[in-house]
Design a protein around this ligand. Structure first.
Ligand code: FAD
Length: 303
């Protein structure tokens, strides 16, 4: 059995594995796709002390650093069940059951997509999901934000300070964001909010995004908006489906953790985007992975 079994191989899982292995305890990592969301990222300019890097480079660095230690790295393996018996058991899709004294869940999250033509083709070429990450790439350009909930309106306010103009497209007839955010966005001269707007297509020139198409749901008319960037803000979905009946999750599916990374199940810790951590970033996930590993070590020396 392992002392610590990490589920997930993104920045949170990698940090948890390194911190655990450095304690000299038996550490395993199970990852469906090592690198996680970072593998899908182009420019990374906010990984502090590294002025600029990209996803594949950072993933290679994470893997090298993990493998520098005595860690059992099980790639392309998916966890499908977690159960606490004497030890904590993690069942994989292939039927194998791994046992560990403690488990760190770091399965991350995925952005909800619009599922319209052009979205996949222009992902990373104008279609973006993270304003903190990619906002500055659109300095002085026109952008759109899809979604008028809190994250969409926050993104619009954030982008308004960087880009030339922001058009917010909300599907419903009202914005779902908090009132103070809506008032703030409405007060900004370079923000336009369009309601009842169903985005139907991302338009590009073969290289980059040049605009989008939406249908006015009231009049059924189709409109074009010319933009260089489209920030999709219609939800971040935690990869926690397999934990539904075992751990305390929020109604959005985030694993509830405390300041030590502890979940509602003794011996089970969690870190990164899959948790209630309010901000989802690489550097924050790494910090919480380290926290969960130290939390797990504290647990192990007491049990
Ligand atoms: P993830 O990176 O999501 O990793 C989750 C891991 O768990 C993966 O290995 C996955 O395969 C695995 N997994 C999931 N389910 C299972 C399962 N059931 N069994 C086994 N393994 C499983 N942040 C920044 O700070 N700067 C940026 O510039 C930046 N740009 C971004 C650009 C894009 C396009 C995206 C999508 C995100 C970006 N982010 C950026 C956000 C950042 O990537 C995330 O906050 C960070 O990767 C979260 O780390 P994590 O380890 O919690 O989860």
């Amino acid at each position: 059995a392992y002392d610590v079994l990490v589920v997930g191989g993104g920045p949170a899982g990698a940090a948890a594995a390194i911190y655990s292995a450095r304690k000299g305890i038996r550490t395993g990592v199970v990852a469906e796709r090592f690198g996680g969301q970072v593998a899908d990222t182009m420019a990374i300019e906010n990984f502090i002390s590294v002025k600029a890097t990209d996803g594949p480079k950072l993933v290679a660095g994470l893997e090298q650093h993990v493998l520098d230690y005595d860690v059992d790295l099980m790639k392309t393996q998916k966890a499908v069940r977690l159960e606490k018996k004497d030890l904590v058991e993690v069942e994989l899709e292939n039927g194998a059951v791994l046992k560990s004294k403690s488990v760190i869940l770091a399965t991350g999250a995925r952005w909800r997509e619009m599922n319209v033509p052009g979205e996949q083709e222009y992902r990373g070429k104008g279609v973006a999901y993270c304003p903190h990450c990619d906002g500055p790439l659109f300095k002085g350009k026109k952008t759109a934000v899809i979604g008028g909930g809190n994250s969409g309106i926050e993104a619009a306010i954030d982008l308004a300070g960087i880009v030339e103009h922001v058009t917010v497209l909300e599907f419903g007839d009202t914005l779902r964001a908090d009132d103070v955010l809506v008032k703030k966005a409405e007060s900004l001269a370079n923000v336009t909010i369009i309601k009842n707007a169903m985005t139907t297509e991302v338009l590009g020139d073969g290289e980059r995004v040049i605009g989008l198409k939406y249908t006015d749901r009231k009049t059924d008319e189709s409109h074009l908006v010319d933009v260089a960037g489209i920030f999709v803000q219609i939800g971040l979905v935690p990869n926690s489906e397999f934990l539904k009946d075992t751990l305390e999750l929020t109604n959005r599916g985030e694993i509830v953790v405390n300041g030590h990374g502890e979940t509602s199940m003794p011996g089970v810790f969690a870190a990164g985007d899959v948790t209630t951590a309010p901000y989802k970033q690489i550097i924050i996930s790494m910090g919480s992975g380290a926290t969960a590993a130290l939390g797990a070590f504290d647990y192990l020396i007491r049990h």
